[in-house]
Design a protein around this ligand. Structure first.
Ligand SMILES: *Cc1c(COP(=O)(O)O)cnc(C)c1O
Length: 360
């Protein structure tokens, strides 16, 4: 007889590895196309020599460096095995029964409903606006006595849209202070708004005890494979996060690479300018070809293809470019280097392809 597994897990799809397309260009996971900087590779090699030892469980050095960078104290910073682990920890520190609700816009980061269910809480998705932007009024209106946590992914994965500082301020004013609001800023470094409009979660987290901001080394800092993300919040939230943290889940190698990359941030953030230039070029090209694409503030664009999402992604894979379909909804295309983007555009803007998929 097989072991008894929680029956509710049946509703979570088992992980299905993507079909392999040898030699294909990968624009499916919002990664950086560049390898780590030489200084990071060197730090990785040095840290690897101490692999027989456990790492610093509290990532003390990295937290101190991050605190200095962000203008907060180390007691305001927690490091996780990717910021997705911190998302999961946030559910763990706020929810203790099925009655407890986690709110988020939808469509948004696909991990939110899954980690909510795994955390034995109830997910409450709130539709985005027609323009694929977070409907902050509807989110605030969906708060009930049972709401424990709200995720606001800004810029939003997978639609690329963002909400500005004034709108977020109004939203945070409307949410009761007993509800923890997580501003997931995995793509913050790709935002190109003026300082007045720029929604800086750290600024909110510094002044509001019920706001936690999540950022990651996986996207702009190019360390997706090493798994380091961080949270900034009031010390009470950080202390709770440390309690549920899986021991030693941020490796010494990951901590060292993150330290080196933080030191080299000027060079890494310059790379985001190249991505933004390419993002605008891809956006203009697909818009001109007739696709419905919201303006993006991230390192990807969203093609609102509805029922055509999967057929489009399949055709694109056959043309040698892997993109990420969300069945029935749309396709997320990561911005790569100019050559990779050209390959994507030559498929998407081909008159036969655009005729079949765009403007539908
Ligand atoms: C990529 C991503 C993350 C974090 O990824 P990690 O690699 O776990 O740090 C978090 N939130 C969103 C919305 C993302 O797209």
């Amino acid at each position: 007889m097989s072991a008894q597994i929680r029956p509710d897990l049946d509703s979570i799809p088992a992980y299905v590895p993507g079909r392999s397309h040898p030699g294909a260009v990968k624009l499916a996971s919002n990664e950086t196309t560049f390898p780590p900087l030489p200084s990071a590779t060197k730090a990785i090699a040095e840290a690897a020599e101490l692999a027989n030892r456990y790492p610093d469980n509290q990532s003390g050095e990295l937290r101190t460096a991050l605190a200095e960078f962000l203008g907060v104290t180390p007691a305001n910073v927690s490091v996780g095995c990717g910021s997705v682990a911190l998302c999961q920890e946030l559910v763990q520190i706020t929810c203790s029964s099925r009655e407890d609700e986690v709110l988020f816009g939808w469509r948004s980061f696909e991990a939110y409903p899954i980690i909510t269910q795994i955390g034995n809480a109830t997910a409450v998705p709130v539709p985005l606006t027609q323009d694929h932007v977070h409907d902050l009024d509807a989110l605030a209106a969906a708060v009930t006595e049972r709401t424990r946590l709200i995720f606001v992914c800004n810029p939003n994965n997978p639609t690329g849209t963002a909400v500005g500082r004034a709108a977020l301020t109004r939203f945070l004013d409307a949410v009761p202070s007993r509800v923890l609001v997580a501003l997931d800023e995995a793509y913050y470094e790709y935002l190109r708004w003026t300082p007045e409009d720029r929604p800086d979660g750290v600024e909110f987290a510094r002044t509001r005890p019920n706001v936690v901001v999540l950022r990651t080394f996986s996207k702009a800092y190019g360390l997706a494979g090493l798994r380091t993300g961080y949270a900034v919040a009031a010390p009470e939230v950080i202390t709770a996060l440390l309690k549920v943290h899986i021991p030693f889940s941020v490796s010494r190698v990951a901590q060292a690479a993150a330290m080196a990359s933080l030191e080299a941030r000027h060079e890494l953030l310059e790379r985001t300018d190249a991505v933004v230039t390419e993002r605008e070029r891809v956006y203009r090209a697909v818009s001109a070809a007739g696709y419905r694409v919201p303006p993006s503030e991230a390192n990807f664009v969203w093609l609102a293809l509805g029922a055509n999402a999967v057929p489009f992604a399949e055709g694109c894979a056959e043309a040698g470019v892997l993109v990420r379909p969300f069945d029935g909804d749309g396709v997320r295309v990561t911005i790569g280097d100019p050559h990779e983007n050209d390959l994507f555009l030559s498929f998407a803007t081909d008159p036969a392809v655009a005729g079949r998929f765009a403007g539908g």
